[in-house]
Ligand binder design. Sequence first.
Ligand SMILES: *[C@@H]1O[C@H](CO)[C@@H](O)[C@H](O)[C@H]1NC(C)=O
Length: 257
Amino acid sequence: MAGALTFLLIGCLLKGVLCEEFMVTLPKTIEVLKGSCVTIPCSFEIQRRFQHNLDNTCKTIWKNKDEVIFTSDNPNLITTKEMTGDLTRKNCTTTFNNLYLDHTNDYYFRLQCDNQLKWNFHDASVNIIVKADPPSPTLTPSTLEETEGTSVRLKCSAPAPCLSQPPTLTWTPGLGVSQETLQENQDKTKVMTSVLTFTASHLHHGKTISCTATYNKQDGSPSSSAHSVLTADISCELTSPLLKNTVIELIPCFACV
Ligand SMILES: *[C@@H]1O[C@H](CO)[C@@H](O)[C@H](O)[C@H]1NC(C)=O
C-alpha cells in the first residue's frame, strides 16, 4: 500500500501531465542577439477542473520578478510581442521582438482568463540573455586529422533563437557541397546546422577552414557575424606492396608528393 502510494507520488512529481497539475515547460536559458527577436517554446498543463475555463478569453502575460512586461493586451508596453501558440491547446509559445540589452532577465509565464482561471506558473522560468554580439558557431569535429582520399564531413551549428531571421552559415573556402537545415534541440529551441562534405586531399593540408554565422537584425542595424576555424591536418597513407593495406607510416602530405 505504502509502496503504491510512493509510486503514485513519484509519478506525479515526474509527470504533471498524469496528475493534471499546473506546470509549464520552458527552456532554461536562451541567448539572443540585441536588435533581434526570440521565440520562446512554451507549453503548459492545468488542473483538470479548470479545463473548461481554457477559452479564447485567456491571455498570456510574461513577468520578470513580478513586474508585468509583456501582455497580449498591451503588446507595446516595452517592445512588440507576438503570441504564436494556441492557448486553448496549452501552447504558450511567444515571440519577443526587437530586444534590448536590458531585457536580459528571468521571465515567468502567467495565464489569465476572464473567468476563475488565473495562474502564475512559478515552477519554471526562462532566462533570456540579450547579447551585443552573436555566439561563435560550433564546429564538429573540432580538429580535422584525416588521411588523403577519405570523405570528410564537417558540421557547423549556430543557435537560431529568432525564427523569422535565422542565421546563414558560410564555409570558407568552399571546399565541397554543404547543406543547411534548421534543427530542434531537446528543449525545443532551434539551431541552424550546415554540413560540409568533401574528399580530403594533400592540397588541404595546413589550410584554415572557417564557418561564419551571419545574423540579420530587426532594428535596422547592420548584420553581425561570428566565426569558428579549424586547421586541416591531412596525411598520406604509405602502403607497402608486400604488407598489403598495412599502414606503415602517417606523414604530412606535403612530404609525400
Ligand atoms: C506551439 O505553437 C508554435 C507556433 O505556432 C508551433 O510552432 C509549435 O509547433 C506548437 N507546439 C506544439 C507542441 O504544438
